[in-house]
Design a binder for this molecule. Sequence first.
Ligand code: SF4
Length: 321
Amino acid sequence: METNSFWINSLTNKQLELILLITEQCNFRCTYCYEDFKLGKMAPYVIEGVKNVIKKRIAGLDILSLSFFGGEPLLNKENVLELSQWAADICKEHDVKYLCDMTTNGYMLNEIVFEKLIHSGVMSYQITLDGEKQSHNEFRHTLKGEPTFDRIYSNIIMMANTKHNFYCTIRFNIADSNFNSVKSFINNYSSPFANDKRFSIHFHPIFGNSEFKLTNEDKLQELKKLAQIKGFKNDIPYKNSSCYASNANSFVIRADGRIQKCTVSLESDINNIGKIQKDGSMCINEEKFKKWIFAYDKGCPSSFLTNEKQNTPTGPAGKSQ
Ligand code: SF4
């Protein structure tokens, strides 16, 4: 039987990846967002459960990876900081490599917050900008409808002006309507971080909403070439062969303790594979779990399993692989 190295590696229990929806509330209402914001901050018993899962597994791990996701994770920064510092400490104690990233809209990522995050071990960030000011503000505004570009852009510049050794992906969600604006952004706004190896760029079509269609995906290549000319290093390809959701040791933990595999199909029944308990037990539906693992070669396992028309496992603010 032919397999690929992703699948073999995904089965090792020496790695554990937990994607934590630390709050499901958001201070933005992006026009293309798929979330329903029904849940709030992660329940204290769920956070306790996450720590107990890690305690149970830590002795056998080489790598622990925590991804803070939402909603907007910085609306619950107290729990992010506490949990990341706790995880960094326990990893140090057991000589385990600790990787920690955050998908944030960047609006609350000021200098004080950034310093605290870095010191708690959050070293990798994904922040979305959808073009120049006008186009970005049309797509990504606050809950009250206020513009967000200036504040996010100045926070990114602040990050670039520090000496910290972080990694930041700036993501652009592309539709026909903002293509030219993204191009202008790369030409006119990207120079403060274009040749900075800590920054990379990721272009991704918006999906799930025909209003924001990208009719010609070759345009992504055009943007990628432009970004390379401007000095950005290569980034993850738009279409990967495998997805984190098919990794046997990757779990999404919802704010209410539900265990899922994918950060996009949040309401699909097949994605609800179990529930975390306060003592760190993970009650998993094995039949559903197996379906995700054996869909590793389907590109986007979520699309395959739900028959929904999603062209990739990453959503509007979705987790990069
Ligand atoms: S896409 Fe992200 S930042 Fe925008 S409303 Fe949804 S969760 Fe919030």
